[in-house]
Design a protein around this ligand. Structure first.
Ligand SMILES: [Zn+2]
Length: 337
């Protein structure tokens, strides 16, 4: 995730208190389950937690947490421990049957050096929809080698087969506080205004907030907003509007995310129209663009624009032509008083 500057240790993980407590208790009490299911939204630290837990239970120092100094901890810190295996989905359909077969053949051999070999099966929500793969996975969980621990990560909304869930201890993960994400983005070198905007639309997912496309979309958002609140003394620059609509249509899958950004901007305009609410705005870097226009905006008109955006989102879900959706949306949004 690009934030792994700290050594893998349970104490270094922020924002997942319950999960941390469960795993601390298991590891320090010597009651480690053979399989865990980390369930929660994407990008909130499930993999980081798995790595920290694996480091802790294999630490040679036997202290209250992973020491970060012993040979085992050092290998975990460099993401290079031979007994920590990660099986990640290859494509949208999830983990392939060949990957499970390959895993099984590796499990037939003893671990290299660790007391607890850890197998991370990531994002199994799509994988378990296919009966053949789900059955193969289940068989692996049913006959685990004695020294092996499985950690399955799964999206919070996924319906997990009871047969698989019953083999695992479920560990819940939650969305991260937005303030935590904002501070983390700033620590990563992002400007405060960009950090505020990206954290606000992250939905509590650090993974989503630090994804590189977020920054690209912020820059495009600025161009679109500058166009939409053009100088009223001249005519609406239509060629520019069509050009930007085409650029936005080119975002493809990310267009929905971009519309979320525009929604956040419209929400800001509404806050701007209500005296005393400016501090709740998130697109702080854009405020100077509409500073002089406070009198011009009425909540009813802004509410119409939010409706236009909501219609555009719906059209996107129904696979309407993206460029046309953007053009119509921008025309409706630009009709500011
Ligand atoms: Zn150690």
């Amino acid at each position: 995730m690009g934030v792994g500057v700290l050594k893998p240790a349970l104490a270094n993980i922020v924002g997942q208190e319950l999960a941390r407590k469960i795993l601390f208790k298991a590891a320090s009490g010597g009651k480690i389950s053979q399989a865990y299911m980390f369930k929660g939204p994407a990008g909130v630290g499930k993999r980081t937690m798995a790595l920290a837990f694996a480091a802790f239970i294999n630490c040679r120092d036997k202290g209250p947490d992973a020491c970060g100094r012993c040979p085992s901890c050092k290998k975990f810190a460099s993401n290079n421990h031979p007994d920590f295996m990660e099986i990640v989905p290859e494509g949208a359909a999830g983990i392939k049957i060949d990957q499970i077969r390959d895993l099984k053949s590796k499990l037939a051999f003893p671990s290299f050096e660790a007391a607890h070999r850890v197998i991370l099966l990531a994002d199994i929500q799509n994988t378990i929809r296919r009966p053949e793969v789900a059955n193969s996975l289940l068989k692996t969980l049913e006959e685990p080698p004695a020294d092996t621990i499985f950690i399955l990560t799964v999206d919070e909304a996924a319906e997990v087969l009871a047969t698989i869930a019953s083999r695992c201890q479920v560990v819940p993960f939650y969305s991260l506080p937005l303030e935590f994400i904002r501070r983390r983005l700033e620590a990563e070198g992002l400007e405060p205004t960009a950090a505020a905007a990206l954290s606000a639309i992250s939905g509590g997912s650090l993974g989503r907030a630090i994804a590189p496309e977020g920054r690209e979309l912020l820059a495009l958002r600025r161009q679109v907003v500058e166009l939409l609140i053009y100088d009223l003394s001249g005519p609406l620059p239509l060629p520019e509007l069509f050009r930007l609509a085409e650029t936005c249509a080119g975002l493809k899958d990310k267009l929905a995310y971009f519309f979320e950004l525009l929604g956040l901007w419209l929400r800001d305009l509404m806050l701007f129209a209500i005296p005393g609410q400016e501090h709740r705005m998130v697109n702080i870097d854009l405020v100077h663009l509409y500073q002089a226009r406070r009198e011009g905006w009425q909540l009813a008109e802004l509410s119409d624009k939010l409706q236009a955006l909501s219609l555009a989102r719906k059209q996107l879900r129904f696979n309407c032509d993206r460029r046309l959706v953007c053009e119509v949306l921008f025309l409706r949004l630009s009709a500011l008083p």
